[in-house]
Design a protein. Structure first.
Length: 56
């Protein structure tokens, strides 16, 4: 990664493609785990979600 501050360049941060792909793959791999942890936390903490529709 190389931050740029020059006025001639429009990019402010350059990230190599392989680093971007690795971060994307890691996020995709961890997403189901994070959803499961969130669901378990909601059940354990007895969260109640109420959705109400306002009458116009």
């Amino acid at each position: 990664m190389r931050p740029r501050r020059g006025s001639s360049s429009r990019s402010c941060l350059e990230i190599p493609l392989t680093a971007g792909l690795a971060a994307t793959a890691l996020t995709v791999a961890l997403a189901p785990v994070l959803v499961a942890v969130g669901a378990i936390a909601a059940v354990v903490s007895k969260v109640i979600l109420v959705v109400e529709r306002e009458e116009a």
